[in-house]
Design a protein around this ligand. Structure first.
Ligand code: SF4
Ligand code: SF4
Length: 393
């Protein structure tokens, strides 16, 4: 977010009384803030590890200002996110939030692994239960594996023992797979990717509406498309500025989501205190009024502008990392897409820097390990070679 945007929302923060937008989770009878704290991008120190003092201060400030939803997962920050969240939720903070974490399905080889991993997570989180417990990053194949290992029996046991309160899943696959999983179990929540660019991608808006019809609460991830929507190209920024109502690009991105009636909570992976302040200000003045026709037109124009120029649609999630040959796939894809969005943009210089770090596409041996991990199902090897050819030409 640029400085002028920050000043804009901070003025609102200073002048307003903090009353964050909140909604009840259907079928669960728990109220959640529309802004959720995603703990996958916590602030880092110079050593590349989580800056614990800053992360804990941010999580507690969020809760003190009305955030009641905290999201983490087993693999975030190499397993350290859950441990830091556990520290942040001491001193009475745990009782004030809905706490979600996720079962790393890819690490589950036997039925007993599920309870063993959950117990490990509860220990790291320093709690006797989590509220929502999700099967992490489901796709059709992974869900079948979980069924074969009897995840339903696991949920039954974990619920009976009070270690989890509500089962759910997070999702990265296509719409038919989403509908099949959604109808296959009495889920209490689903976490899906949605943002201005992804209305017809993965679960899609129709999937979100179906979850609403079934009374399953929807939590949103990737609301800013890996930060892409927070730093729009010049023509998109001009379109926002020409609109009658003035909002920052981040506020426009969140507004697209919190006006969807099925959406209960939107996760934001906050890395610095300024982002938290900005988000608090946005959700303090947010309301669930419907989008106007002119707002819908604006979102359609913005989406078309982005999608007509992007190539990879990589979100930068880094699930494809580490590559055995050290290829920095997210840096290459996101740098390339961002260069396409800039007028006259060129990625040769950025690619050259990555090559100097010996992390460029020339090192790829096409083992396709990355493609098996990519939740967006991107043809990574082909894209790498095409970008390499262009940048080395
Ligand atoms: S296919 Fe290439 S980029 Fe992907 S993991 Fe293998 S070596 Fe790395
Ligand atoms: S290539 Fe796929 S897995 Fe890797 S960062 Fe991009 S979206 Fe994530």
């Amino acid at each position: 977010m640029v400085l002028s945007d920050r000043l804009h929302v901070r003025t609102i923060l200073l002048n307003g009384v903090m009353t964050l937008l909140k909604t009840m989770f259907p079928g669960v009878n728990r109220e959640s803030s529309a802004l959720g704290f995603g703990c996958m991008r916590l602030p880092l120190g110079e050593d590349g590890k989580i800056n614990e003092a800053e992360a804990i201060a941010m999580i507690r400030k969020a809760i003190d200002n009305g955030v009641t939803y905290i999201d983490t997962a087993y693999p975030y920050h190499g397993g350290e996110s859950e441990r830091v969240v556990g520290k942040a939720l001491k001193d009475g903070y745990r009782e004030r939030v809905i706490l979600t974490t996720k079962l790393p399905c890819w690490a589950v080889k036997t039925h007993d692994d599920m309870m063993r991993i959950l117990d490990e997570q509860l220990e790291k989180l320093q709690t006797d239960h989590v509220d929502f417990y999700l099967l992490h990053a489901l796709n059709a194949g992974r869900y079948q594996e979980m069924k074969n290992l009897d995840h339903m029996g696991f949920f039954e046991d974990a619920l009976a023992q009070g270690k989890i309160l509500y089962p759910g899943f997070s999702f990265h696959d296509d719409h038919p797979a989403f509908i099949e999983i959604l109808h296959d179990y009495p889920w209490k929540m689903c976490q899906v990717q949605m943002n201005v660019l992804d209305g017809d991608y993965q679960a899609g808006i129709e999937g979100i509406q179906e979850a609403g019809r079934l009374g399953i609460g929807v939590v949103i991830m990737e609301p800013l498309r890996g930060g892409l929507l927070a730093q729009p190209p010049a023509d998109v920024r001009a379109a926002y500025e020409a609109f009658a109502e003035q909002r920052s690009p981040v506020e426009w991105a969140f507004r697209y989501l919190y006006t969807m009636p099925e959406v209960i909570t939107i996760l934001s992976g906050m890395s610095e205190m300024g982002q938290l302040d900005d988000n608090l200000a946005i959700f303090n003045k947010a309301s669930r009024d419907e989008l106007t026709d002119s707002e819908k037109e604006l979102y359609t124009d913005i989406k078309n502008t982005y999608l007509s120029r992007m190539k990879t649609r990589c979100t930068g999630c880094a699930y494809c990392q580490p590559c055995p040959k050290g290829v920095k796939i997210p840096d290459i894809f996101r740098g390339y897409d961002r260069s396409l969005l800039r007028e006259g943009g060129c990625f040769k210089e950025g690619y050259g820097k990555i090559a100097a770090e010996q992390a460029d596409a020339s090192r790829c041996i096409a083992c396709r390990k990355c493609e098996r991990s990519c939740p967006q199902h991107l043809p990574i090897v082909r894209y790498l070679q095409e970008i390499r050819a262009e940048c080395e030409a």
